[in-house]
Design a protein around this ligand. Structure first.
Ligand code: DCS
Length: 489
């Protein structure tokens, strides 16, 4: 490969690009990820060059990268939508389920010119938005309107779009939980806003206290920050907790009282693993409290990347925008128009996750078996890994109630902290690099998600295939023991 030109002779240098881009860190693909890529290349070029034979990507919520199979019904419909020429062939009737064929015909009828290769309406295909609205209604028991739904290329593009709309200057504040999903920090930096952090209570299972919200809101306002949005991720990333409905009601009340937009990131709504808790959308909770469109502004995000489907690479999802006036909505539509439209595959998949096979459909039983197989495997994975982390010296791990992650706390010995300082690394970053170098297991250091100062964590996904988990646990345990033996105070 040709080496890149030196930048001294070029008009654009690292010193004169948009400084807001420089501020972003893109933690999921940060330095530790580069180290993993380097190790992977070394393993490919020279098998046996490390004490492990593969990199285990436990740093991200990317299920299919870890071997999860896509849901058959969804892929049948996608394949047929993209190749409608085979719909009437006799082999197709044998190879594909009858409900996939029927669903494909219905979807194609909704797509302008039946063309999955044409731009669609910028907010998404109307018939698909109708299906999604019906799915939301069935989930919540309250009305949902297709005009409130914008189809998106993944929830990240909705976060980008809404923060672009709401951040006017660096004195506009966005409240986000710490520990947080770092994409929010990056988009706040990119749009030039102000991050107002609120801390989750680790000792209370990553609880979200209203008193903490009030404290941080007050502190920000006293600095002249105009706080506009409260972001709540439920089930939580990176912390894996699921909120109780009572807590959600208090959050809704808080947003109403303080005049904040509630940005409800609900991409993990299908990922709940404990019987005592259930996902409730914030819109449902607010409607059940009697708050209507005129009382509170809620943006609810959903994505095809998570749940039991894990279709991260297809890029799709929706945002449901309620409690915004018609002229503001017009501006959201304008932002959607900049993308021309989001990809049609993602749009179709979003309609499918909100309207899966029903009793009596040919695919019903196999679909539910695939779905339950995946979700129950996640639940077992969460439990096995949580128990394993809790057995490690100096490590405590809250229950993995939902989402796709555990976020254990690791009490690092002073000697390890000093070793990290010597190479200018955060202590948990150092720990995670040592883990990666010794075992090939990649996890995300807590210093990239934020944490109570002086505490150290890492985020580990619960997604590895179940047959791989015992080996991951034993490699991790062996590493941790050696690490502690080397650094114990
Ligand atoms: N919101 C949350 C809470 C997420 O966890 C993610 C992705 C997104 C939005 C954006 O997802 P899509 O754009 O794919 O819909 N989660 C990242 C993570 O933490 N690991 O991998 C991806």
């Amino acid at each position: 490969m040709a080496s890149p030109p030196s930048d001294s002779s070029l008009p654009i240098t690292i010193h004169n690009i948009n400084p807001k881009v420089l501020k972003c860190r893109c933690a999921i693909r940060g330095e530790i990820f580069s180290l993993a890529m380097k190790l992977q290349q070394e393993l490919q070029a020279n098998p046996g060059s490390h004490s492990f034979d593969e990199i285990l990507y436990c740093h991200a919520g990317n299920p299919q990268s870890l071997g999860q199979q896509p849901i058959t019904f969804f892929r049948e419909v996608l394949a047929l939508c993209d190749h409608p020429g085979i719909l009437d062939r006799s082999e197709t009737q044998d190879l594909y389920s009858s409900d996939a064929i029927e669903r494909t015909r219905k979807i194609l009828d909704q797509i302008p010119a039946r063309a999955t290769g044409a731009y669609s309406q910028s907010e998404g295909i109307k018939g698909l938005r109708d299906t999604i609205a019906t799915g939301i209604e069935a989930r919540d028991g309250f009305p949902a309107h297709p005009n409130d739904i914008f189809l998106i290329n993944g929830a990240s593009s909705a976060i980008d779009m809404m923060l672009q709309l709401l951040i006017r200057s660096e004195s506009d504040g966005i409240m986000c939980a710490i520990p947080m999903f770092p994409l929010y920090t990056d988009f706040i930096a990119l749009h030039g806003g102000y991050l107002v952090p609120y801390y989750l209570d680790e000792a209370a299972g990553w609880g979200l206290e209203i008193s903490e919200l009030q404290k941080q809101l007050g502190a920000a306002r006293s600095k002249g920050i105009n706080v506009r949005v409260l972001v709540v991720i439920n089930p939580g990333n990176p912390t894996g907790q699921v909120l109780y409905e009572e807590n959600q009601r208090d959050i809704v009340k808080f947003c109403k009282q303080e005049g904040l937009v509630l940005l409800a990131d609900e991409v993990y709504q299908e990922n709940v693993y404990v019987v005592e808790k259930k996902f409730q959308s914030f819109k449902k909770v607010s409607r059940s409290m009697g708050y209507g469109e005129n009382d509170i502004s809620i943006v609810s995000l959903h994505s095809i990347s998570k749940g039991y489907y894990g279709e991260c690479g297809k890029r799709g999802g929706y945002m449901e925008v309620t409690g915004f006036s018609a002229d503001v909505r017009e501006q959201i539509y304008k932002l959607a128009c900049f993308n021309l439209c989001c990809n049609i595959t993602g749009q179709i998949l979003t309609s499918l996750i909100m309207s899966p096979p029903k009793v009596g459909d040919e695919s019903y039983e196999s679909f539910w078996a695939e779905r339950d197989g995946i979700l129950s495997s996640f639940a077992r994975g969460a439990k096995t890994m949580e128990e394993a982390f809790n057995k490690l010296e100096g490590v405590t791990c809250n229950k993995g109630e939902g989402a796709m992650y555990l976020f254990p706390r690791v009490r690092l010995p002073l000697k390890a902290i000093k070793a990290a300082e010597a190479i200018n690394a955060a202590p948990d970053d150092y720990y995670c690099r040592c883990l990666l170098n010794a075992t090939g297991i990649l996890v995300l250091p807590g210093s990239t998600t934020g944490q109570v100062p002086g505490t150290w964590h890492f985020r580990c996904t619960i997604l590895p295939r179940e047959d791989k988990i015992p080996a991951i646990v034993s490699r991790f345990t062996e590493f941790h023991k050696k690490f502690m033996d080397e650094f114990r105070d």
